[in-house]
Ligand binder design. Structure first.
Ligand code: HEM
Length: 417
Protein backbone atom coordinates (compact mmCIF):
# COMPACT_ATOMS: atom_id res chain seq x y z
CA UNK A 1 0.00 0.00 0.00
CA UNK A 2 1.38 3.42 -0.92
CA UNK A 3 1.68 5.95 1.90
CA UNK A 4 -0.92 8.75 2.01
CA UNK A 5 0.67 11.87 0.58
CA UNK A 6 -0.30 15.51 0.70
CA UNK A 7 -0.19 17.88 -2.28
CA UNK A 8 2.60 20.46 -2.20
CA UNK A 9 1.64 23.99 -1.17
CA UNK A 10 2.19 26.52 -3.97
CA UNK A 11 2.72 29.42 -1.60
CA UNK A 12 5.54 27.72 0.37
CA UNK A 13 9.12 26.99 -0.75
CA UNK A 14 9.88 23.52 -2.12
CA UNK A 15 13.64 23.57 -1.53
CA UNK A 16 14.22 21.69 1.77
CA UNK A 17 16.90 24.11 3.01
CA UNK A 18 14.54 27.03 2.59
CA UNK A 19 11.68 25.22 4.27
CA UNK A 20 13.88 24.34 7.25
CA UNK A 21 15.18 27.92 7.57
CA UNK A 22 11.60 29.10 7.67
CA UNK A 23 10.65 26.53 10.33
CA UNK A 24 13.52 27.82 12.51
CA UNK A 25 12.64 31.48 12.04
CA UNK A 26 9.77 32.66 14.22
CA UNK A 27 8.97 35.69 12.04
CA UNK A 28 8.96 33.76 8.79
CA UNK A 29 7.09 30.69 9.97
CA UNK A 30 4.18 32.80 11.25
CA UNK A 31 1.04 30.64 11.39
CA UNK A 32 2.49 28.16 8.87
CA UNK A 33 4.41 25.76 11.11
CA UNK A 34 2.29 22.70 10.38
CA UNK A 35 2.08 23.40 6.63
CA UNK A 36 5.90 23.79 6.57
CA UNK A 37 6.23 20.42 8.31
CA UNK A 38 3.96 18.83 5.71
CA UNK A 39 5.98 20.40 2.91
CA UNK A 40 9.34 19.24 4.29
CA UNK A 41 8.00 15.73 4.95
CA UNK A 42 6.86 15.55 1.33
CA UNK A 43 10.01 16.85 -0.34
CA UNK A 44 12.74 15.52 2.00
CA UNK A 45 11.58 13.33 4.90
CA UNK A 46 15.19 12.54 5.88
CA UNK A 47 17.02 15.79 5.30
CA UNK A 48 20.65 16.68 6.07
CA UNK A 49 20.59 20.39 6.75
CA UNK A 50 23.41 22.83 5.99
CA UNK A 51 22.47 25.24 8.76
CA UNK A 52 25.74 25.74 10.63
CA UNK A 53 24.36 27.60 13.67
CA UNK A 54 22.23 24.60 14.69
CA UNK A 55 25.04 22.10 14.02
CA UNK A 56 24.10 20.93 10.48
CA UNK A 57 21.64 18.38 11.85
CA UNK A 58 19.64 15.67 10.12
CA UNK A 59 15.93 16.49 10.21
CA UNK A 60 13.30 13.79 10.63
CA UNK A 61 9.62 14.52 10.06
CA UNK A 62 7.95 11.12 9.60
CA UNK A 63 6.20 9.44 12.51
CA UNK A 64 7.77 6.10 11.72
CA UNK A 65 11.32 7.44 11.37
CA UNK A 66 11.04 9.33 14.65
CA UNK A 67 9.80 6.17 16.36
CA UNK A 68 12.80 4.24 15.03
CA UNK A 69 15.23 7.04 15.92
CA UNK A 70 13.90 7.21 19.49
CA UNK A 71 14.53 3.46 19.89
CA UNK A 72 17.93 3.51 18.18
CA UNK A 73 20.71 2.82 20.69
CA UNK A 74 23.21 4.57 18.42
CA UNK A 75 21.43 7.91 18.92
CA UNK A 76 21.83 9.49 22.34
CA UNK A 77 21.31 12.71 24.26
CA UNK A 78 24.44 14.00 26.00
CA UNK A 79 26.17 17.11 27.32
CA UNK A 80 26.65 18.51 23.83
CA UNK A 81 23.05 19.67 24.24
CA UNK A 82 24.23 21.89 27.09
CA UNK A 83 27.37 23.04 25.24
CA UNK A 84 25.17 24.13 22.33
CA UNK A 85 23.54 26.70 24.59
CA UNK A 86 26.56 28.98 24.14
CA UNK A 87 28.56 30.94 26.74
CA UNK A 88 31.31 29.76 29.12
CA UNK A 89 31.83 26.01 29.39
CA UNK A 90 32.45 26.01 33.17
CA UNK A 91 29.63 28.33 34.30
CA UNK A 92 27.56 27.28 37.36
CA UNK A 93 24.57 27.15 34.99
CA UNK A 94 26.22 24.63 32.68
CA UNK A 95 27.72 22.58 35.50
CA UNK A 96 24.30 22.02 37.05
CA UNK A 97 22.61 21.34 33.71
CA UNK A 98 25.17 18.65 32.95
CA UNK A 99 23.95 16.72 36.00
CA UNK A 100 20.41 16.57 34.61
CA UNK A 101 19.31 13.18 33.35
CA UNK A 102 17.94 14.80 30.19
CA UNK A 103 21.53 15.46 29.05
CA UNK A 104 23.21 12.24 30.20
CA UNK A 105 23.54 9.03 28.15
CA UNK A 106 23.39 5.49 29.60
CA UNK A 107 24.60 3.90 31.82
CA UNK A 108 24.55 6.91 34.18
CA UNK A 109 21.18 7.99 32.76
CA UNK A 110 19.63 4.60 33.49
CA UNK A 111 20.95 4.64 37.05
CA UNK A 112 19.92 8.23 37.81
CA UNK A 113 16.47 7.78 36.32
CA UNK A 114 15.87 4.57 38.27
CA UNK A 115 16.79 6.32 41.53
CA UNK A 116 14.50 9.26 40.85
CA UNK A 117 11.73 7.10 39.42
CA UNK A 118 11.40 5.24 42.70
CA UNK A 119 10.23 8.49 44.22
CA UNK A 120 8.08 9.49 41.23
CA UNK A 121 5.35 6.88 41.20
CA UNK A 122 1.88 7.09 39.66
CA UNK A 123 0.48 6.81 43.16
CA UNK A 124 2.27 9.91 44.43
CA UNK A 125 1.29 11.78 41.28
CA UNK A 126 -2.39 10.74 41.52
CA UNK A 127 -2.45 11.89 45.12
CA UNK A 128 -1.99 15.43 43.73
CA UNK A 129 -5.24 15.32 41.72
CA UNK A 130 -7.61 16.74 44.39
CA UNK A 131 -5.16 19.60 45.00
CA UNK A 132 -4.87 20.38 41.27
CA UNK A 133 -8.67 20.29 40.92
CA UNK A 134 -9.07 22.70 43.84
CA UNK A 135 -6.36 24.93 42.37
CA UNK A 136 -7.94 25.25 38.90
CA UNK A 137 -11.39 25.89 40.33
CA UNK A 138 -9.92 28.47 42.71
CA UNK A 139 -8.29 30.27 39.77
CA UNK A 140 -11.61 30.30 37.91
CA UNK A 141 -13.47 31.50 41.04
CA UNK A 142 -11.12 34.50 41.05
CA UNK A 143 -11.87 35.34 37.41
CA UNK A 144 -15.36 34.15 36.61
CA UNK A 145 -17.25 37.33 37.47
CA UNK A 146 -14.86 39.49 35.40
CA UNK A 147 -16.12 37.85 32.20
CA UNK A 148 -12.62 37.58 30.73
CA UNK A 149 -8.91 36.92 31.40
CA UNK A 150 -5.54 36.52 29.75
CA UNK A 151 -5.63 32.75 29.84
CA UNK A 152 -1.89 32.07 29.55
CA UNK A 153 -0.72 34.25 32.47
CA UNK A 154 -3.87 34.20 34.62
CA UNK A 155 -4.55 30.49 34.33
CA UNK A 156 -2.27 28.15 32.36
CA UNK A 157 1.04 29.25 33.93
CA UNK A 158 -0.29 29.21 37.46
CA UNK A 159 -1.15 25.51 37.40
CA UNK A 160 2.20 23.72 36.91
CA UNK A 161 4.25 26.00 39.16
CA UNK A 162 2.00 25.42 42.16
CA UNK A 163 1.86 21.70 41.39
CA UNK A 164 5.62 21.12 41.13
CA UNK A 165 6.18 23.13 44.33
CA UNK A 166 3.61 20.94 46.08
CA UNK A 167 5.24 17.76 44.70
CA UNK A 168 8.72 18.79 45.82
CA UNK A 169 7.62 20.20 49.15
CA UNK A 170 8.59 23.82 48.47
CA UNK A 171 6.89 26.06 51.06
CA UNK A 172 4.34 28.51 49.62
CA UNK A 173 6.23 31.64 50.66
CA UNK A 174 9.22 30.58 48.52
CA UNK A 175 7.15 30.20 45.34
CA UNK A 176 7.75 33.74 43.94
CA UNK A 177 11.53 33.33 44.27
CA UNK A 178 11.47 29.86 42.70
CA UNK A 179 9.32 31.21 39.89
CA UNK A 180 11.87 33.95 39.22
CA UNK A 181 14.88 31.57 39.23
CA UNK A 182 13.11 29.00 37.05
CA UNK A 183 12.02 31.76 34.65
CA UNK A 184 15.58 33.11 34.44
CA UNK A 185 17.00 29.65 33.70
CA UNK A 186 14.39 29.17 30.98
CA UNK A 187 15.35 32.54 29.53
CA UNK A 188 19.05 31.62 29.60
CA UNK A 189 18.17 28.39 27.73
CA UNK A 190 16.04 30.11 25.05
CA UNK A 191 17.57 29.08 21.72
CA UNK A 192 16.10 32.15 20.00
CA UNK A 193 18.21 34.60 22.08
CA UNK A 194 21.83 35.66 21.54
CA UNK A 195 23.97 34.70 24.59
CA UNK A 196 25.63 37.85 25.99
CA UNK A 197 27.34 38.45 29.39
CA UNK A 198 24.06 39.74 30.91
CA UNK A 199 22.16 36.64 29.90
CA UNK A 200 25.01 34.46 31.20
CA UNK A 201 24.96 36.27 34.54
CA UNK A 202 21.19 35.89 34.76
CA UNK A 203 21.47 32.11 34.29
CA UNK A 204 24.35 31.74 36.76
CA UNK A 205 22.71 33.81 39.48
CA UNK A 206 19.46 31.90 39.10
CA UNK A 207 21.21 28.54 39.35
CA UNK A 208 23.22 29.64 42.41
CA UNK A 209 20.12 31.00 44.16
CA UNK A 210 18.13 27.89 43.36
CA UNK A 211 20.98 25.63 44.54
CA UNK A 212 21.35 27.43 47.89
CA UNK A 213 17.62 27.22 48.48
CA UNK A 214 17.43 23.50 47.71
CA UNK A 215 20.60 22.68 49.68
CA UNK A 216 18.82 24.04 52.75
CA UNK A 217 15.57 22.26 51.92
CA UNK A 218 17.46 18.94 51.53
CA UNK A 219 19.19 19.45 54.91
CA UNK A 220 15.88 20.21 56.57
CA UNK A 221 14.17 17.11 55.09
CA UNK A 222 17.16 15.00 56.13
CA UNK A 223 16.58 16.12 59.72
CA UNK A 224 12.82 15.85 59.48
CA UNK A 225 11.32 13.98 56.52
CA UNK A 226 7.87 14.89 55.20
CA UNK A 227 5.54 13.49 52.58
CA UNK A 228 7.23 15.08 49.55
CA UNK A 229 9.61 14.26 46.71
CA UNK A 230 12.69 15.86 48.28
CA UNK A 231 12.21 13.69 51.40
CA UNK A 232 11.79 10.63 49.14
CA UNK A 233 15.00 11.45 47.27
CA UNK A 234 16.87 11.98 50.53
CA UNK A 235 15.64 8.52 51.62
CA UNK A 236 16.79 7.01 48.31
CA UNK A 237 20.16 8.72 48.80
CA UNK A 238 20.80 6.77 52.05
CA UNK A 239 21.19 3.57 50.03
CA UNK A 240 22.75 5.18 46.97
CA UNK A 241 26.18 6.71 47.43
CA UNK A 242 26.10 7.92 43.79
CA UNK A 243 23.18 10.31 44.34
CA UNK A 244 24.82 13.53 45.57
CA UNK A 245 22.93 16.57 46.85
CA UNK A 246 23.90 18.28 43.59
CA UNK A 247 22.08 15.52 41.65
CA UNK A 248 18.93 16.11 43.70
CA UNK A 249 19.21 19.87 43.08
CA UNK A 250 19.72 19.29 39.34
CA UNK A 251 16.69 16.98 39.31
CA UNK A 252 14.55 19.55 41.11
CA UNK A 253 15.58 22.24 38.62
CA UNK A 254 14.95 19.83 35.73
CA UNK A 255 11.41 19.23 37.02
CA UNK A 256 10.77 22.98 36.92
CA UNK A 257 12.39 23.36 33.50
CA UNK A 258 10.76 20.33 31.94
CA UNK A 259 7.44 20.51 33.72
CA UNK A 260 6.50 24.17 33.84
CA UNK A 261 6.44 25.87 30.40
CA UNK A 262 5.58 22.58 28.68
CA UNK A 263 2.40 22.02 30.68
CA UNK A 264 1.40 25.68 30.74
CA UNK A 265 1.92 25.98 26.98
CA UNK A 266 -0.24 22.91 26.46
CA UNK A 267 -3.11 24.24 28.54
CA UNK A 268 -2.97 27.55 26.63
CA UNK A 269 -2.76 25.89 23.21
CA UNK A 270 -5.38 23.31 24.19
CA UNK A 271 -7.83 26.07 25.14
CA UNK A 272 -7.15 27.76 21.80
CA UNK A 273 -7.71 24.53 19.85
CA UNK A 274 -11.04 23.96 21.62
CA UNK A 275 -12.23 27.54 21.20
CA UNK A 276 -11.49 27.21 17.47
CA UNK A 277 -13.37 23.90 17.28
CA UNK A 278 -16.61 24.68 19.12
CA UNK A 279 -18.22 21.36 18.13
CA UNK A 280 -15.45 19.43 19.91
CA UNK A 281 -15.59 21.77 22.90
CA UNK A 282 -19.32 21.18 23.14
CA UNK A 283 -18.75 17.42 22.98
CA UNK A 284 -16.41 17.62 25.96
CA UNK A 285 -18.96 19.58 27.97
CA UNK A 286 -21.62 16.98 27.24
CA UNK A 287 -19.33 14.01 27.80
CA UNK A 288 -16.68 14.94 30.37
CA UNK A 289 -15.59 11.29 30.47
CA UNK A 290 -13.85 12.04 27.14
CA UNK A 291 -11.25 14.17 28.94
CA UNK A 292 -8.43 11.58 29.10
CA UNK A 293 -8.63 10.95 25.35
CA UNK A 294 -9.19 14.65 24.68
CA UNK A 295 -5.95 15.52 26.49
CA UNK A 296 -4.01 13.06 24.29
CA UNK A 297 -5.56 14.51 21.14
CA UNK A 298 -4.69 18.05 22.24
CA UNK A 299 -1.10 16.93 22.91
CA UNK A 300 -0.96 15.49 19.39
CA UNK A 301 -2.70 18.39 17.71
CA UNK A 302 -0.51 21.25 18.98
CA UNK A 303 2.67 19.70 20.34
CA UNK A 304 4.32 21.57 23.25
CA UNK A 305 7.89 20.23 22.72
CA UNK A 306 8.35 20.61 18.99
CA UNK A 307 11.80 19.12 18.72
CA UNK A 308 14.38 16.96 20.45
CA UNK A 309 18.03 16.64 19.49
CA UNK A 310 20.04 13.41 19.55
CA UNK A 311 23.64 12.64 18.55
CA UNK A 312 24.95 9.64 16.62
CA UNK A 313 27.40 7.49 18.62
CA UNK A 314 28.15 5.50 15.49
CA UNK A 315 27.06 5.48 11.83
CA UNK A 316 23.29 4.93 11.76
CA UNK A 317 21.46 3.93 8.54
CA UNK A 318 18.19 5.75 7.90
CA UNK A 319 16.07 5.17 4.77
CA UNK A 320 19.01 4.69 2.45
CA UNK A 321 21.03 7.56 3.99
CA UNK A 322 23.77 7.27 6.60
CA UNK A 323 23.74 9.47 9.67
CA UNK A 324 27.45 9.71 10.45
CA UNK A 325 29.02 9.26 13.88
CA UNK A 326 28.92 12.64 15.69
CA UNK A 327 26.07 14.06 13.59
CA UNK A 328 23.13 15.76 15.31
CA UNK A 329 19.58 14.58 14.55
CA UNK A 330 16.47 16.73 15.07
CA UNK A 331 13.29 14.81 15.78
CA UNK A 332 10.46 17.16 14.78
CA UNK A 333 7.76 15.91 17.13
CA UNK A 334 5.11 18.31 15.86
CA UNK A 335 5.66 16.97 12.32
CA UNK A 336 5.42 13.33 13.44
CA UNK A 337 2.16 14.09 15.22
CA UNK A 338 0.60 15.42 11.98
CA UNK A 339 1.96 12.70 9.67
CA UNK A 340 -0.88 11.55 7.37
CA UNK A 341 0.77 8.14 7.08
CA UNK A 342 0.06 7.59 10.76
CA UNK A 343 -3.01 9.76 11.51
CA UNK A 344 -6.11 9.86 9.38
CA UNK A 345 -7.02 13.45 8.57
CA UNK A 346 -4.14 14.68 10.78
CA UNK A 347 -5.08 18.37 10.79
CA UNK A 348 -8.53 17.72 12.23
CA UNK A 349 -9.03 17.93 16.00
CA UNK A 350 -10.98 14.82 16.97
CA UNK A 351 -11.40 14.28 20.70
CA UNK A 352 -12.65 10.75 20.01
CA UNK A 353 -9.67 9.74 17.86
CA UNK A 354 -8.52 6.17 18.60
CA UNK A 355 -4.96 4.91 19.14
CA UNK A 356 -3.43 8.35 19.40
CA UNK A 357 0.06 7.37 20.67
CA UNK A 358 1.56 10.73 19.82
CA UNK A 359 5.24 11.62 20.10
CA UNK A 360 4.70 14.54 22.46
CA UNK A 361 6.29 12.86 25.50
CA UNK A 362 9.05 11.14 23.52
CA UNK A 363 9.79 7.46 23.51
CA UNK A 364 12.52 5.16 24.77
CA UNK A 365 15.09 5.88 27.46
CA UNK A 366 14.27 9.57 27.92
CA UNK A 367 10.47 9.24 27.77
CA UNK A 368 9.02 12.13 29.77
CA UNK A 369 9.37 11.32 33.46
CA UNK A 370 6.52 13.69 34.29
CA UNK A 371 4.05 12.43 31.68
CA UNK A 372 1.47 11.24 34.21
CA UNK A 373 1.69 14.52 36.12
CA UNK A 374 1.40 16.52 32.89
CA UNK A 375 -1.62 14.46 31.84
CA UNK A 376 -3.28 15.07 35.18
CA UNK A 377 -2.75 18.83 35.01
CA UNK A 378 -3.93 19.10 31.39
CA UNK A 379 -7.03 17.01 32.11
CA UNK A 380 -7.99 19.04 35.16
CA UNK A 381 -7.07 22.40 33.58
CA UNK A 382 -9.03 21.79 30.36
CA UNK A 383 -12.02 20.07 31.91
CA UNK A 384 -12.56 22.94 34.34
CA UNK A 385 -12.61 25.38 31.38
CA UNK A 386 -15.24 23.24 29.64
CA UNK A 387 -17.38 22.95 32.77
CA UNK A 388 -17.10 26.49 34.05
CA UNK A 389 -16.74 28.68 30.94
CA UNK A 390 -19.11 27.26 28.31
CA UNK A 391 -19.12 30.52 26.33
CA UNK A 392 -15.30 30.74 26.07
CA UNK A 393 -14.27 32.94 23.11
CA UNK A 394 -10.83 34.02 21.93
CA UNK A 395 -10.54 37.81 21.70
CA UNK A 396 -7.84 38.06 19.02
CA UNK A 397 -7.87 37.19 15.31
CA UNK A 398 -4.43 35.57 15.06
CA UNK A 399 -2.82 34.10 18.17
CA UNK A 400 0.78 35.16 18.78
CA UNK A 401 3.27 32.37 19.45
CA UNK A 402 6.50 32.83 21.41
CA UNK A 403 9.67 32.80 19.25
CA UNK A 404 11.02 29.53 20.68
CA UNK A 405 10.38 26.42 18.61
CA UNK A 406 11.59 23.88 21.15
CA UNK A 407 9.18 24.93 23.90
CA UNK A 408 6.34 26.05 21.69
CA UNK A 409 3.59 28.13 23.24
CA UNK A 410 1.39 31.18 23.03
CA UNK A 411 2.61 34.58 24.10
CA UNK A 412 -0.88 35.38 25.41
CA UNK A 413 -4.50 34.31 24.92
CA UNK A 414 -7.10 36.95 25.79
CA UNK A 415 -10.48 35.24 26.23
CA UNK A 416 -13.97 36.19 27.32
CA UNK A 417 -17.15 34.28 28.16
C1 HEM B 1 2.65 18.80 28.41
C2 HEM B 1 3.68 18.68 29.22
C3 HEM B 1 4.97 17.99 28.91
C4 HEM B 1 5.50 17.63 27.70
C5 HEM B 1 4.91 17.84 26.31
C6 HEM B 1 6.76 16.99 27.97
C7 HEM B 1 7.59 16.47 26.98
C8 HEM B 1 8.81 15.87 27.23
C9 HEM B 1 9.69 15.37 26.20
C10 HEM B 1 9.42 15.43 24.70
C11 HEM B 1 10.79 14.87 26.80
C12 HEM B 1 12.01 14.26 26.13
C13 HEM B 1 11.71 12.86 25.70
C14 HEM B 1 12.73 12.26 24.78
O1 HEM B 1 13.69 12.91 24.39
O2 HEM B 1 12.54 11.08 24.43
C15 HEM B 1 10.61 15.06 28.24
C16 HEM B 1 11.51 14.68 29.19
C17 HEM B 1 11.34 14.92 30.54
N1 HEM B 1 10.24 15.46 31.15
FE1 HEM B 1 8.55 16.11 30.25
N2 HEM B 1 6.98 16.99 29.32
C18 HEM B 1 5.90 17.57 29.93
C19 HEM B 1 5.71 17.74 31.28
C20 HEM B 1 6.58 17.31 32.25
C21 HEM B 1 6.35 17.44 33.67
C22 HEM B 1 5.07 17.98 34.31
C23 HEM B 1 7.47 16.98 34.29
C24 HEM B 1 7.77 16.88 35.75
C25 HEM B 1 7.35 17.69 36.66
C26 HEM B 1 8.40 16.54 33.25
C27 HEM B 1 9.64 16.01 33.48
C28 HEM B 1 10.48 15.52 32.50
C29 HEM B 1 11.81 14.99 32.78
C30 HEM B 1 12.47 14.87 34.14
C31 HEM B 1 12.35 14.61 31.54
C32 HEM B 1 13.71 13.99 31.28
C33 HEM B 1 13.61 12.50 31.27
C34 HEM B 1 14.87 11.79 30.88
O3 HEM B 1 15.77 12.43 30.31
O4 HEM B 1 14.98 10.60 31.17
N3 HEM B 1 7.82 16.76 32.03
N4 HEM B 1 9.39 15.65 28.46
Amino acid sequence: MSEPRLPLYDDLPTEPGEIFERILDHERRGQDLVRLYHQLREVAPVYHSEVERVGRPWILTRYEDITLAAREKGLVKDERLVDQLGGRADSPYKQLLKRMMAFIPPPRHTRLRALVNRAFTLRSVESLRPGVRALVHGLLDEREAAGGMELVADYAFRIPMATICELLGVPLDAVPEIRRWAGDVTRRSDESLEVDPDLERLGDEAVLGFSDFFRELIASRRRQPRDDLISDLVAVQREASDLADEDIIATALLLFQAGHDTTANMIGKGALALARNPGEFQKLRERPELIANAAEELLRFDTPVQLSVNFALEDVPCRGETIRKGDAVFLLRGAANRDPARFLDPDRLDLERREIEHHSFGLGAHFCLGASLARLEIQEGILALAERLPGLRVEIEEPVYKPQLHLHGLEALPVSW
